[in-house]
Design a protein around this ligand. Structure first.
Ligand code: ZN
Length: 276
């Protein structure tokens, strides 16, 4: 694919500051950036916005909001406050969308977590609407069901966003989390047909991972069949950027320019958005 259709998540190059990320992604020819809140903590967001724009990078998403679940009302209310803050940050950065990792509180049963997520989404949607910011629910792999997300499949995410039925609420499909689903192509088509397919994240799932969070592979290094899923996503009509989101202690220990070169090479077999 052409790199100007690809965006990099700033957490992918975690050792870099936001300025290094912006300069580096532009230097390597990538077209977009998704900004992690951690990378811009304490920064002048207006300055960052201008720097992204001056570098010619399209801002794709702010990552991440969510974490709606909690055993007490105080905890759940605090999550709403935090999500409103994230919406303000997205607006200040000129980012049109926030990726949501929806949360799961240990000790609660999954269906209670799921219900609290729906309630949290309903609470922040009017605030997102006022700001014109889209919200993308990211279903996570079930290995994170206990403490990160009770939304564990694209099917469940589709069910949820269809039930809540709001034009600014959609889904981020990440190959790492959904590659194993037997009806994945059907669920991708369903998501796109309902106009809920907001974002597409790539990396790879290594069955022999050394860390449950921080050992993701480059597309092609694992078992996620990234090329096949990429074709399904593009065939379904997704026209947005392919976002590279890799957490890897191994690659973070390398020179990040070399890592970006490897990323660029790994994206070559993937598709550009189809032209009408
Ligand atoms: Zn993702």
């Amino acid at each position: 694919m052409d790199l100007h259709h690809a965006a990099i998540h700033t957490f992918t190059t975690k050792p870099w500051s936001i300025d290094q990320c912006i300069d580096g992604y532009a230097r390597h020819g990538f077209g977009g950036i998704s900004v992690w809140r951690e990378t811009v903590a304490g920064q002048d967001l207006g300055r960052v916005r201008k720097k992204m724009s001056d570098a010619g990078l399209a801002g794709v998403s702010l990552v991440r909001g969510g974490f709606f679940t909690g055993k007490t009302k105080e905890q759940r209310d605090a999550a709403i406050v935090e999500n409103r803050k994230a919406i303000d940050e997205a607006e200040a950065l000129g980012l049109p969308m926030i990726v949501l990792v929806c949360g799961a509180t240990p000790g609660q049963i999954p269906s209670d977590n799921f219900l609290q997520i729906e309630q949290g989404l309903e609470e922040i949607l009017p605030y997102a609407e006022a700001a014109g910011i889209r919200l993308a629910v990211e279903p996570l792999h079930p290995m994170y069901a206990g403490d990160r997300s009770a939304v564990c499949s694209l099917r469940d995410a589709n069910d949820m966003v269809e039930r809540l039925a709001h034009p600014l609420l959609g889904i981020a499909v990440d190959v790492y989390h959904v590659w194993w689903e037997l009806d994945l192509q059907e669920q991708i088509d369903r998501c796109a047909d309902e106009e809920h397919l907001f974002a597409f994240h790539v990396c790879d799932f290594k069955p022999d991972m050394s860390h449950v969070l921080l050992d993701r592979g480059l597309p092609g290094e694992g078992v996620a069949n990234v090329g096949v899923i990429d074709t399904w996503v593009r065939d379904a009509g997704f026209a947005g950027m392919t976002e590279v989101e890799i957490f890897s202690n191994r690659y973070w220990a390398e020179d990040q320019d070399e890592f970006l070169k490897k990323i660029a090479a790994s994206l070559q077999p993937l598709k550009n958005p189809y032209q009408d």
